[in-house]
Design a protein around this ligand. Structure first.
Ligand SMILES: *[C@@H]1O[C@H](CO)[C@@H](O)[C@H](O)[C@H]1NC(C)=O
Ligand SMILES: *[C@@H]1O[C@H](CO)[C@@H](O)[C@H](O)[C@H]1NC(C)=O
Ligand SMILES: *[C@@H]1O[C@H](CO)[C@@H](O)[C@H](O)[C@H]1NC(C)=O
Ligand SMILES: *[C@@H]1O[C@H](CO)[C@@H](O)[C@H](O)[C@H]1NC(C)=O
Ligand SMILES: *[C@@H]1O[C@H](CO)[C@@H](O)[C@H](O)[C@H]1NC(C)=O
Ligand SMILES: *[C@@H]1O[C@H](CO)[C@@H](O)[C@H](O)[C@H]1NC(C)=O
Length: 812
């Protein structure tokens, strides 16, 4: 009897735990379920859609272009009448190990090799490149450049054995049909091309604007196509376009999003990281990896610096989240109050670029949006003050992959079980809400739940692929299993594995190629110019400093306005560029606190729930969705998961909200910021900390003529970002040193300053609590900047708590 009861309890516990346990067995079940979804979608396409570009998931019909309306670009851009679902999913079939289907697809393509792209259709160059050209190149590399096949992959080895290279011929054919788009005066490509007739027969109104990602990103696939075929034109034109766009960035280092390909003039002045610009940055990073191209890496680093300075909200050591907003490319001012669904790829790119902590913070916002909408609206307004209007600014969700893509990267980097929990929630929604008779369907209107009768090719090639790979904790699947271990491979922006190495390089070795009209020197000239520009930016800077000790005592010790001004001599102090430091190493630790596996670090984040109040006007579940946050929809509050992975926590608390006002001040010329020196003090450990008034990790900005400073307004009664209640005494203690004024003395008729300021970020670099921003003495006490007697900086008459002047050799 007692044994039976024990067994019963045990079984209940096991089954409760199994739903969120993430044991190897559980993860494998999730992986198998993802595979079943893929098989359902693929079989539906083959049965009801093939050879059309897509299948309609709700009505089970083939879906291709709208031959009657050339202006129906939403539908036609990615529909070349070229079986795009097949082309986009060749490597998906490999990753899913669907060998029969893979062979069938190859047989079909081989048979239609000479006719598939000979179509009277107008397509968008970017979409066709990333989906179809990228798919062909990836499958070609998989079949021709893998030498070691593990036991499990003998079928792939057999298929590869028979492969004669026809996919590269097809890629070359497609490339030659797309390349006319680049033959403009400016070399910035036109957005669309006619597969049979190049630039002819296209209504002019469809050729007006190119977007930054569309004109910049073919660079990865096109460069690879040139290297593999030996025909230089693809690399040449796409690189010229990429570098021209980069060279026309604003003085803030930001690229706008729309360009006129004929005149090469920008048509807007907005920058950001989402739609229309996203993959420009992505391909700078990914090109740098597969082509070992340091210039491309510099493009990303420089862009990231500009975005940190001007676009990022939050992101500091005490912020739960980090938002990359759309800002004016010339003035850095907030331009829109929405972020888009496509920008959810960014945390994945941050992981790839070694910015793991930033990635966790950026991803958290998308996670929270998913919690409330079971999807990510195409556009979501983050600034609503109340819930009376919907935050859903564009209402569809076509099962885009970007959120699950980032989740995949973050899981690979952190192994935090929360990312598996996210995957299992997404899987569950795909199995239920988004399940259709013939595939998976998206949402037409997130506000009402109205379904969308469409399954774009990326649903299988990205959304399901990344989800499947997320559940490959045992590293058994292709791309994780070691078969690509010797290659510098990346996922393209369409999740096609791509790589390159010298042995594959036939560029310049083929003689049957007609390379007229190429001006290769121009191309290399561009790179030279860029290299020079880079060389001008200094490396380490050194500073011999004498400092007035009294300064520091006010901040780091008890303020005392009567103390001696002793000049102490520091040994030569070295400083480093904080951006160089940021990119010098690849972050491998995402969370500061070490906790025991298998708990989730999420529950150790003090401010995990800060977002719920911060964005309370913009976050609410649409009425047709469950309003119960404990049913698993609010992923971090899933009771099963919480009970297993919160470990040290039995309840969750969120730090109280800061009530201080935070805003940015721009001092001087905003255009000068990108080139301004800002550095971090670095000392040898032997430096006596007691003696030093400057501490390691303090910042040094020698000249304050171009600054974007984020300030927190310190006012009595408010809770600051450190969770302290500010008192008048504290503000007085800062203010007292503004002059030798004794406020207690009734003969002085001076009102005490009510507020002081605290710098939290300057020129994109966050100021840690306890750190000071140092600068040279300020001599112009009339402008926006001035200085107190004892050397505290004042901005517009307000004393800054943590910004002080440093008397160096030249000043004394
Ligand atoms: C586990 O999940 C399944 C299916 O999602 C559900 O039917 C079952 O009730 C869950 N079990 C427990 C113990 O929560
Ligand atoms: C997953 O699928 C594989 C292959 O179909 C099968 O051998 C295995 O038993 C499945 N595992 C689970 C946990 O369902
Ligand atoms: C091309 O379009 C025609 C007309 O809709 C269709 O019958 C045919 O199957 C399509 N072929 C491909 C390869 O998409
Ligand atoms: C990458 O380029 C650098 C020089 O820029 C070179 O030292 C290094 O060996 C190259 N790496 C590979 C894998 O080719
Ligand atoms: C190369 O192409 C140019 C123009 O595209 C043409 O005039 C020339 O005859 C071609 N040369 C060869 C050898 O095919
Ligand atoms: C100030 O400096 C004088 C002279 O160097 C010294 O005698 C005195 O003790 C110092 N006072 C304090 C408070 O350090």
């Amino acid at each position: 009897m007692s044994l039976l009861i024990w067994c019963h309890i045990y079984l209940v516990l096991v089954s409760a735990a199994q739903n969120a346990s993430f044991t190897p067995q559980h993860i494998r079940t999730l992986q198998n379920e993802t595979k079943s979804l893929f098989n359902h979608a693929w079989q539906s396409y083959m049965k009801f859609g093939f050879p059309a570009d897509e299948v309609l998931p709700l009505s089970c019909e083939p879906y291709g272009r709208d031959f009657n309306d050339p202006f129906n670009i939403v539908r036609n851009d990615a529909m070349g009448n070229i079986s795009s679902t097949v082309l986009d999913n060749l490597d998906t079939l490999v990753i899913m190990e669907e060998w029969d289907e893979f062979e069938n697809a190859l047989d079909y393509l081989k048979a239609s090799k000479n006719t598939l792209f000979a179509k009277d259709t107008i397509v968008q160059v970017f979409e066709t490149t990333i989906r179809s050209l990228g798919g062909l190149l990836s499958a070609h590399l998989i079949l021709s450049d893998i030498s070691q096949f593990s036991q499990r992959y003998t079928r792939l080895a057999e298929i590869a054995e028979k492969y004669d290279g026809f996919l590269l011929d097809m890629a070359y054919d497609l490339g030659k049909r797309l390349i006319p788009a680049f033959r403009t005066k400016s070399s910035i490509p036109l957005p669309r091309v006619h597969l049979n007739h190049g630039l002819k027969l296209i209504p002019p109104s469809l050729q007006i604007d190119a977007c930054t990602s569309g004109a910049g990103s073919p660079v990865l696939e096109f460069t690879l196509l040139s290297r593999l075929t030996g025909d230089p034109q693809f690399e040449y034109f796409s690189q010229v376009s990429f570098w021209k766009i980069w060279a026309s960035r604003s003085s803030l280092g930001l690229m706008p999003m729309t360009i006129d390909p004929q005149s090469a003039r920008w048509k807007d002045a907005v920058s950001g990281i989402g739609a229309s610009i996203d993959s420009f940055y992505e391909y700078a990073v990914k090109s740098s990896i597969i082509f070992n191209d340091s210039h491309m890496w510099e493009v990303f680093k420089s862009s990231y610096k500009s975005l940190l300075t001007h676009s990022v909200q939050g992101g500091g050591p005490l912020d739960a989240t980090m938002i990359f907003t759309n800002v004016g490319s010339n003035d850095g001012q907030l331009f829109t109050d929405w972020i888009d669904s496509l920008s959810a790829f960014w945390p994945g790119l941050q992981v790839l670029a070694g910015q793991l902590k930033d990635a966790v913070k950026t991803h958290l916002l998308y996670l929270r949006i998913w919690d409330y909408f079971d999807s990510i609206p195409e556009r979501w307004n983050f600034r609503l003050s109340d819930k009376s209007t919907s935050a859903v600014a564009l209402e569809w969700y076509p099962l885009r992959p970007e959120f699950i893509e980032s989740t995949y990267y973050l899981y690979r980097a952190t192994k935090d079980p929360m990312y598996l929990q996210i995957g299992s929630r997404v899987l569950k929604l795909l199995q239920t809400r988004y399940m259709a008779k013939c595939g998976l369907h998206g949402v037409q209107d997130i506000r009402t739940g109205q379904m969308q009768n469409r399954m774009e090719t990326f649903v299988m090639s990205e959304t399901l692929k990344y989800l499947y790979l997320l559940f490959d904790a045992a590293n058994e699947l292709f791309v994780h299993n070691g078969m690509l271990a010797s290659k510098s491979w990346v996922f393209s922006t369409e999740a096609h594995p791509l790589w390159f190495h010298e042995q594959l390089d036939v560029l310049g070795k083929r003689t049957d190629i007609n390379a007229t009209n190429l001006h290769a020197q121009d191309h290399f000239k561009l790179k030279e110019v860029f290299e020079k520009e880079l060389a001008l930016k200094g490396g380490q800077k050194r500073l011999g400093a004498f400092v007035k000790k009294s300064n520091i005592d006010f901040y780091r010790k008890t303020p005392n306005k009567n103390q001696n001004r002793t000049i102490i001599h520091l040994p030569a102090v070295s400083t480093v560029d904080p951006y160089e430091l940021k990119f010098a190493t690849c972050e491998v630790i995402a969370f500061d606190k070490m906790i025991e596996f298998p708990a989730s670090h999420y529950y150790e984040l003090e401010n995990l729930f800060e977002l719920d109040w911060k964005f309370q006007g913009s976050l609410s579940r649409p009425p047709y969705l469950s309003q119960n946050p404990l049913d698993g929809s609010y992923i971090e509050l899933d009771p099963d998961f919480f009970s297993l992975f919160s470990m040290s926590r039995t309840n969750l608390q969120s730090r109280r909200a800061a009530s201080t006002q935070i805003y940015d001040v721009i001092v001087g010329d905003v255009a000068g910021i990108q080139e301004k020196e800002i550095s971090i003090f670095k000392f040898k450990p032997s430096t006596a900390v007691d003696e030093a008034v400057v501490l390691e990790n303090d910042l040094w900005i020698p000249d304050l003529t171009a600054m974007r400073i984020r300030v927190e307004v310190l006012e009595a009664g408010n809770v600051d970002i450190h969770n302290n209640v500010l008192t008048q005494e504290y503000i007085d203690s800062l203010a007292d040193i503004t002059a030798d004024v004794d406020y207690q003395d009734p003969s002085y008729d001076v009102t005490k300053p009510k507020t002081a300021l605290r710098v939290t970020k300057v020129n994109g670099i966050y100021v840690n609590s306890g750190s000071i921003v140092w600068t040279h003495p300020i001599h112009d006490n009339t402008g926006a900047l001035s200085m107190t007697d004892l050397g505290r900086v004042m901005i517009e008459g307000k004393v800054v708590e943590n910004m002080m002047v440093l008397w160096t050799d030249q000043d004394s």
